[in-house]
Design a protein around this ligand. Sequence first.
Ligand SMILES: [Zn+2]
Length: 122
Amino acid sequence: MSTLDHTQASELFSAYWDEELSSEQTAVLEEHLGSCLSCRQEYQEFEQMLGAAATLPQELAPPNFVAGAVKRVHRRSRGRFFRVRRLGERIPYELFSLLMLGLILAVYLMLQLNQPGRLNLP
Ligand SMILES: [Zn+2]
């Protein structure tokens, strides 16, 4: 491995960050980063992302963190994920299924009562 293309270089970012590359791989990657602006920018973004994740104190997530994340994903996915259902959309289905159950029970009871043969015991 003496030269890298962009894909190979970006595949090494993670191991490079973790300092898991051999000295030869490190030298080759650093050479590519030195000569390739787009990979250098990509690695800087990668580094910032990992650096930000590493310094993020987990216990300091604000109470509305999950709601905020859900809202952001919803907005960025243009409503594809976490579609917010209003109460009015949800309850009628639950009411409807309850009504259907009640209706089925009523029909069942009516059928039972309308069969006099069963009630006329010998
Ligand atoms: Zn490159």
